[in-house]
Design a protein around this ligand. Structure first.
Ligand code: SF4
Ligand code: SF4
Length: 436
């Protein structure tokens, strides 16, 4: 029996696709599906798992922000705004929802309707202050630990630790040399098509080493590298409830891609990839693409770097840790291209050296949620590290197996750095790739 059948919701199944939470009602009009309280989403919600609080569950948020706005009608403005802030936008719930309810999308809409200082701060940070990120990271690193602790009650302790995580070279050294590139397979598939790298906000700033290494790898494949001048993918702006700024970022990126001759767009961040994938469809934004053909060309052009490197061979050199942990970002399989391709590439290159928890945890970053509820963000982060410890066993013998964790999302890198146990090493997988 399908989950929906339990609730007698079968009337329009054969006519409607539940994947986007929209269905055609009997008059043919598009209608948004509402939560049926089945609870299928609860077990995967990191906030609910870490707190057990029903008001933080996806189900409660769907009642707050879904078509019925059932809970919102009984709460005052301040309570609605507070609850709207308490979601990591991890998307784990929507993967399980038989109704196709997208809580992150509902919450983004609710945040836009109830703006507060966090959105303003986030907007400045993403759209105006990017040139100063490296400076801010250095400043945070110079701050004594006592000052970081003193700022914790004001909710800034975790954000400052995350800022430190923006600095390059936090304990990671390159030790993995690519010995063979799948250049022939690349040439057969893409020939001389121009390729541009989507550096992302962190890779174009404080962790430029990611973009530099990615370009080196693309040259190793024989790619015809070009430049396109992209801005933020817009994902984090949309989640924060800033749809106008998100659309502006999307428009700027599509225009840059068009100007560059519609090249292949290569990414190395799971959240950027998800953000770029969301440009298409009714949620992407009116007039973003000239026509359906251009929209399809965009989808076909966004490609994970790791997918292009499938079939590469590598050799671990001096300094290689015996055990390497992998943190799977929540957005790893929500973008375009092969699902979770970064993990697959690293698994093929590192073999048994690479370990990951059977159940992927959320790092707890959540964009603006970290600003408004750092204690919750830290609690989810601690649960994530517990899961990594279960797979790696670093707390039992840290001198033999130090915590060493790679991932493929810039937000996860920042948050894992902020919540890591003493002595842990964390970074993007590109940081361990050695220059040839
Ligand atoms: S998006 Fe993540 S944190 Fe938000 S309700 Fe869904 S599972 Fe929970
Ligand atoms: S959000 Fe979806 S999965 Fe969660 S309780 Fe509602 S209908 Fe069920």
């Amino acid at each position: 029996m399908k989950v929906n059948d339990k609730f007698g919701d079968t009337s329009d199944d054969k006519f409607n696709d539940k994947s986007d939470g929209i269905f055609n009602d009997k008059s043919g009009a598009k209608t948004e599906r509402d939560c049926v309280l089945c609870g299928c989403c609860l077990e995967q919600c990191p906030l609910f798992a870490a707190t057990g609080r029903e008001e933080l569950s996806p189900r409660a948020k769907a009642l707050l922000a879904g078509p019925s706005k059932f809970a919102a009608a009984t709460l005052d403005e301040a309570a609605v705004a507070e609850l709207a802030g308490l979601c990591l936008a991890c998307g784990k719930c929507e993967k399980l929802c038989p109704q196709g309810v997208s809580v992150p999308r509902l919450i983004a809409r609710l945040r836009a309707e109830h703006p507060d200082f966090r959105q303003w701060l986030w907007k400045q940070w993403i759209t105006r202050l990017k040139p100063f990120w490296s400076l801010a990271a250095k400043g945070a690193a110079l701050m004594p630990e006592s000052m970081t602790s003193a700022l914790a009650p004001a909710g800034l302790g975790l954000a400052l630790k995350g800022l430190r995580g923006l600095r390059p070279g936090l304990g990671l050294r390159p030790w993995l040399a690519i010995t063979k590139f799948p250049a022939e397979a690349y040439r057969q598939k893409h020939a001389d098509r121009p390729v541009v790298l989507f550096d992302g906000c962190v890779g174009s700033g404080p962790r430029k080493v990611w973009a530099d290494t990615a370009r080196r790898l693309l040259r190793g494949l024989g790619a015809n590298l070009a430049e396109a001048g992209f801005s933020c993918c817009g994902s984090t702006l949309g989640v924060a409830g800033l749809p106008g700024d998100q659309l502006a970022a999307r428009r700027a990126n599509v225009a840059a891609w068009r100007k560059a001759g519609r090249p292949l767009v290569v990414t190395y961040c799971a959240t950027c990839r998800k953000g770029l994938a969301e440009y298409v469809g009714p949620e992407g934004g009116a007039g973003l693409f000239a026509d359906a053909e251009e929209e399809a060309a965009w989808t076909a052009s966004v490609t994970p770097l790791s997918a292009l490197l499938a079939g590469a061979q590598a050799k671990a050199g001096r300094g290689a840790p015996a055990i390497v942990g992998w943190h799977k970002p929540c957005h790893a399989d929500l973008g375009v291209g092969p699902a979770d391709s970064d993990f697959k590439l690293m698994g093929a290159l590192l073999g048994a050296r690479l370990r990951t928890p059977a159940k992927a945890g959320c790092c707890g970053f959540g964009g603006i949620m970290q600003l408004g509820a750092p204690e919750l963000s830290a609690r989810v982060g601690a649960a994530c590290w517990d899961g990594l410890d279960g797979a790696l066993g670093f707390s039992a013998a840290p001198e033999v197996t130090p915590a060493y964790v790679l991932t493929d999302c810039s937000g996860c890198v920042m948050q894992l750095c902020a919540t890591a146990p003493q002595g842990a090493r964390v970074g993007h997988w590109l940081e361990v790739i050695a220059a040839k």
